[in-house]
Write a new protein. Structure first.
Length: 356
């Protein structure tokens, strides 16, 4: 996680130092004069002087940070971040504070960006007033995106999720059909045992790996995808990142699966420095796990092997054994697909999605 704090006055810088006591890994940006003063006073190390226009710095950190804390006027912050807004599923959490530390405002990405939770947490630590305006939070309801997060699921239908959340806020009830065990079933959500029972509700949620088609007798169904899919992967040396991404997308489409379910990629040890694989994992914001060849040798007889691959790296198969071992010997959904020098295998972890 990357946290960044921005302070333009001496008072704001001092508050930034207090924040760093609770977030020691955070980067605190301050004007050069204030950074030097605090350094001379022995109050801190690691304050980075703002040497470029603040707009440029904010642009760079907006892409890199998971949480950005601005100790300044809200209007300034709104104008600076406005050109960089993309989507609530991608934007970082944004907090705004006055330099006296009296109020902390959750400004952007309150749910998936974590701004609401950080607002509450820091308000408690600093004895400040948390300002949260998200309707579902105000009413004590769990929005669809938080419902998905708490049950370790991903989703794609943002517009549908907004409509379902609005239905909950307006006092409605949502039917839920799930193929996995759910960790939470909060107020407003009612679980059903059969999918066709969702027809009794105006709005419904399906939790399943395979994509479901919307039903005609229901206004809207939002599908959540359990995050317990492991992708075993191998490729020729220096395969471009975009080529690997295209093959992953095509493979998941053919299998009627969502890439939102991917919890990690797994490859063999000789491929751990492959730039394309590293960048693919980063693009999905999941880890790239490495399996040693000795472990693969113990199970490779269960998979189709290649004489060429064995001569090249010492084992006869990569993606299948990697998916199998990386999923804790889970169920193989796709044993192997090979195209354009890329091999892919898909497995479902044996643990339930809500325990990941």
């Amino acid at each position: 996680m990357r946290y960044s704090i921005f302070a333009l006055t001496m008072g704001a810088t001092e508050l930034g130092l207090r924040l760093k006591q609770h977030l020691p890994e955070a980067i605190l940006y301050s004007k050069p004069a204030f950074a030097q003063i605090t350094k001379q006073a022995g109050q801190t190390t690691g304050i980075i002087p703002i040497e470029v226009p603040l707009k440029e710095l904010v642009q760079d950190e907006f892409k890199a940070s998971d949480l950005m804390i601005f100790i300044m006027a809200t209007g300034i912050v709104v104008r600076m971040i406005a050109p960089h807004l993309q989507h609530k599923g991608k934007d970082p959490g944004i907090l705004v504070m006055d330099e006296d530390g009296r109020n902390i405002i959750s400004l952007l990405s309150g749910h998936l960006g974590g701004a609401n939770e950080w607002t509450r947490r820091l308000a408690t630590l600093l004895e400040a007033n948390p300002v949260i305006t998200t309707a579902s939070d105000v009413r004590g309801l769990l929005s669809v995106d938080l419902f998905a997060e708490e049950n370790n699921c991903g989703f794609e239908d943002w517009e549908g999720a907004k409509k379902v959340t609005a239905h909950l806020i307006n006092g409605g009830t949502v039917g839920v059909f799930s193929e996995v065990t759910l960790k939470t079933l909060p107020q407003g959500y009612e679980q059903v045992s059969r999918r066709n029972e969702l027809m009794e509700y105006a709005f419904g949620i399906v939790v399943a790996h395979e994509r479901t088609n919307n039903q005609k007798d229901i206004n809207i169904i939002v599908q959540l995808f359990p995050k317990n899919i492991v992708v075993g992967i191998g490729c020729r040396r220096d395969t471009p990142t975009d080529v690997i991404l295209e093959e992953i997308q095509h493979t998941f489409q053919d299998q009627n699966l969502s890439t939102s379910s991917i919890v990690k990629f797994v490859t063999v040890d000789v491929k751990q420095d492959e730039v394309g694989l590293q960048e693919v994992a980063q693009s999905f914001k999941v880890p790239l796990e490495v399996i040693q060849r000795q472990r693969i040798k113990e199970v490779e007889e269960q998979f189709e092997t290649s004489v060429f691959v064995r001569k090249t790296i010492g084992v006869g198969a990569v993606s299948g054994p990697c998916a199998y071992l990386g999923s804790n010997r889970g169920r193989l959904i796709l044993e192997k697909r090979k195209n354009r020098g890329i091999t892919l295998s898909i497995a479902e972890m044996v643990i339930e999605c809500n325990k990941g």
